[in-house]
Design a protein around this ligand. Structure first.
Ligand code: NAD
Ligand code: DAU
Length: 357
C-alpha cells in the first residue's frame, strides 16, 4: 500500500541533500505541506531554497533537532505524519578534528527527534506515520578490492562521523523493535550535484580549479567511492517513504565506482575546455597531501533490493550528471562566492529578521 504523507517534517533541509530533496518532493507533491527544521550550522544555507519563499505549503523554522520542546510543538501544530531526517554533521574531516558535535547532533539529536516522534505517533493524532532516517554507506566500514555492501552487512564504522551515524541508525532500529514505531532507514553512497558545500571533494575541486588553487588529493588517490546524483537520491528517498514497509532498511547507490584520482582528473579535464585553458593545464594543480587518518579504502553499495522491491534506478548517467554539475557551479558563481565569503550566514537575518521561531 502506498503511504502519501500530508505534512512532512524535513530536518536539515537547508543543507545539500535536504534542500535538493525539498525541491524535488514539493515539485512532485504540490499538495503536501513541508516544514523545514534546520538550526543553520555553517552547512545550512537558506539561499538553496529561495525559489520556495512565498509558497504557502512551505515553512522554514530555525531550530535544533535536539530541542525537544520545539520538535514536539512542530509535530503537533503541523499535524506531521512523516519525518524525513537529514539534519547531521556530515563532514568526515571535521569529525576527526572535533568529534563531540557529531555525537551531540547525530546521536543525541536523533534520539530526541525519535522520542518526540514516538510520543506524537502514539498520541494517535495522525492516522499513519513514518520516521525516515537518512544515513550513509559509511556505517558499513571499508571494503577490499571486491564485493559490495548489502543491507545485511554488519555495521563497522571507522570514523567518528560514521560511528555517530551508525549509532543513530541503531537507535532508529531500536525504536522500531521496542515500540513498533514505523521507522525507515536509507544508506546512500557519495552524492554530488547543486548546492554541495565546497568542503566536499567535487565542489572543492571545481572551486579550486576555477581559482587556480591546489587540488589536495589525500594519500595515493586510489580510494574508491560510489557517486550518485543528488536528485536520484531524492527520488529514491521518496520511493522508500511512500512504498517501503515499516522497519525496512534500503541501500541507495549509483553502481558508479571511481578512484579519487580519476574523478580529480576528469573534473580537471572537463574544466579545461570550459575555462578556455589548454588540455591538461588544470591537472598541474593536483597536489598529493597527507592521508586522512583512518581513510576508508573502498565503498561499493549494492542497491538491488531498492530496485527489485520499489522499482528505483538512477536516471542520471555519471557523464551527464558531472557535466551538469560543473555547469551549475559555473553558472552559480554568486552562490559559491556567498558560501566561501560567509555572506550566506547573514541571509536568514535579512529574510526572517532574527532569531524568532
Ligand atoms: P549538510 O552538511 O550539507 O547539511 C546538514 C544540514 O543539517 C545543514 O543544513 C545544517 O544546518 C543542519 N543541521 C545540523 N545540525 C542540526 C541540528 N542540530 N538541528 C537542525 N539542523 C541541523 O549534509 P548533507 O550532505 O546534505 O547530508 C544530509 C544527510 O545525508 C546527513 O544525515 C548525511 O549523513 C547523509 N548522507 C550524506 C551523503 C553525502 O554524500 N553528502 C551521503 C549519504 C548520506
Ligand atoms: O559515502 C557517503 C558519505 O560521502 C557521506 O556520508 C558523507 O556525509 C559525505 O561527506 C561523503 O563522505 P566522504 O568522506 O566520502 O566525502 P568527501 O567529499 O569528504 O571525500 C571524498 C573522497 O575524496 C574521500 O576518499 C576523501 C577524498 N578527498 C576529500 C577531500 C575533501 C581528497 O582526496 N581531497 C579532499 O580535499
Amino acid at each position: 500500500m502506498i503511504f502519501v504523507p500530508a505534512s512532512l517534517l524535513v530536518t536539515g533541509g537547508a543543507g545539500f541533500i535536504g534542500s535538493n530533496f525539498i525541491h524535488s518532493y514539493m515539485a512532485g507533491n504540490p499538495g503536501c505541506r513541508v516544514t523545514n527544521l534546520d538550526c543553520l550550522t555553517y552547512a545550512g544555507n537558506l539561499k538553496n531554497l529561495t525559489a520556495l519563499e512565498g509558497n504557502p505549503n512551505y515553512r522554514f523554522v530555525k531550530g535544533d533537532i535536539g530541542d525537544a520542546a520545539v520538535v514536539a510543538r512542530l509535530l503537533a501544530e503541523q499535524c506531521i505524519d512523516a519525518v524525513v531526517h537529514f539534519a547531521a554533521e556530515s563532514h568526515v574531516d571535521r569529525s576527526i578534528t572535533g568529534p563531540e558535535i557529531f555525537v551531540r547532533t547525530n546521536v543525541l539529536g536523533t534520539q530526541i527527534l525519535l522520542e518526540e516522534s514516538r510520543k506524537h505517533w502514539q498520541s494517535g493524532v495522525v492516522a499513519d506515520f513514518r520516521f525516515l532516517q537518512i544515513s550513509t554507506d559509511e556505517v558499513y566500514g571499508s571494503l577490499g578490492d571486491t564485493g559490495y555492501f548489502t543491507e545485511e552487512t554488519p555495521l563497522a564504522a571507522n570514523s567518528p562521523y560514521s560511528a555517530s551515524k551508525a549509532g543513530a541508525d541503531l537507535l532508529v532500529r531500536a525504536y522500531h523493535e521496542t515500540f513498533g514505531m514505523p521507522t525507515l532507514n536509507t544508506r546512500c553512497s557519495n552524492n554530488y550535484g547543486p548546492y554541495h558545500f565546497p568542503e566536499k571533494l567535487i565542489p572543492l575541486l571545481i572551486h579550486n580549479i576555477i581559482n587556480k588553487k591546489p587540488l589536495p588529493v589525500y594519500g595515493d588517490g586510489l580510494n574508491v567511492r560510489d557517486w550518485l546524483h543528488v536528485r536520484d537520491h531524492a527520488v529514491a528517498i521518496e520511493a522508500v517513504l511512500k512504498q517501503a514497509a515499516p522497519g525496512a532498511v534500503y541501500n541507495i547507490g549509483g553502481n558508479n565506482e571511481w578512484k579519487n584520482i580519476d574523478i580529480v582528473n576528469l573534473v580537471c579535464d572537463l574544466l579545461d575546455g570550459r575555462l578556455g585553458r589548454g588540455a591538461g593545464e588544470n591537472r598541474t594543480l593536483i597536489t598529493f597531501v597527507k592521508d586522512r587518518p583512518g581513510h576508508d579504502r573502498r565503498y561499493a553499495i549494492g542497491a538491488s533490493k531498492l530496485t527489485s522491491d520499489l522499482g528505483w534506478s538512477p536516471a542520471y548517467t555519471f557523464e551527464q550528471g558531472i557535466a551538469e554539475t560543473i555547469d551549475w557551479y559555473l553558472a552559480n558563481q554568486e552562490w559559491v562566492a556567498d558560501v566561501t565569503s560567509g555572506a550566506y550566514l547573514a541571509y536568514y537575518h535579512s529574510q526572517y529578521g532574527g532569531g524568532a521561531l
